[in-house]
Ligand binder design. Structure first.
Ligand SMILES: [Zn+2]
Length: 242
């Protein structure tokens, strides 16, 4: 959906599908150009050109803009150091990593603000800390995704044969013809409403093993905000990584 916002003094913007475009008018410019820099989208048009034409241009170029934004988001992902104070996402919330020296096997404890790693943290390598975190995320995924799927099964009446948590590079879940559902543990970094969408998506595949109009209709019945969640995942999915 495209809504055009016109502010009185501020720069004009065009609302795109999951992004906002700033309109820059120039007297010298003769052609229309789109620019995407640091995740910001702008359209540069001749002074007398109507905003309607710019809006159409943005609409036509939407897949290209979304692809560019996604690519830039991936490129700008900072490498983690697994150091004290670094932020890690859990259910869409940021937690600070705390390294607590202790003479015991590596143990993870989540508090209201932190994820603590207790153990011989002074000699643990970056790789070892990352591995400990991943093990913990997978355990949390087993618990959370199972109970949330059970809850959504009650709501939708769609019941999987089994649930497995896996590591995937480029997918959030999958559903086999026999009714087995697999989830990516990295979902645990996302907000609960995003996770619910993925669960409902896979549950709906139990009835529709495709991405037909009927399938999306079923998703819409059980998850009316699915378009927002789907777009969020498309644009931000790459950031759900440790
Ligand atoms: Zn699907």
């Amino acid at each position: 959906m495209f809504v055009f916002h016109q502010k009185k003094i501020q720069m004009q913007t065009i609302q795109g599908d999951g992004f906002t475009v700033s309109v820059v008018k120039s007297g010298r410019r003769k052609t229309t150009a789109l620019k995407i820099k640091n995740g910001e989208v702008s359209i540069h048009i001749p002074k007398r050109q109507s905003i309607e034409i710019a809006r159409h241009f943005v609409q036509q170029k939407t897949p290209w803009i979304q692809q560019k934004l996604q690519h830039q988001a991936q490129q700008s992902l900072p490498e983690k150091d697994f150091k004290e104070g670094e932020s890690f996402l859990f259910l869409g919330k940021e937690y600070q990593l705390q390294l607590v020296p202790a003479e015991r096997p590596t143990t993870l404890i989540k508090t209201a603000q932190t994820i603590q790693i207790h153990g011989r943290v002074n000699i643990l390598s970056k790789t070892a800390i990352r591995a400990a975190l991943i093990t913990w995320y997978k355990q949390q995924a087993e618990l959370y995704l199972r109970s949330q799927t059970a809850f959504l099964t009650t709501k939708t009446g769609l019941s999987p044969r089994s649930i497995t948590v896996k590591t995937y590079k480029a997918r959030w879940g999958s559903c086999r013809m026999n009714g087995d559902i697999q989830y990516n543990w990295k979902l645990m970094l996302a907000r609960p409403d995003i996770i619910d969408y993925v669960i409902i998506h896979e549950l709906c595949h139990l009835q529709q093993h495709n991405h037909s109009a009927l399938f999306w209709q079923l998703v819409d019945t059980h998850c009316p905000n699915f378009k927002t969640a789907r777009l969020w995942l498309k644009n931000n999915g790459a950031s759900l990584e440790i």
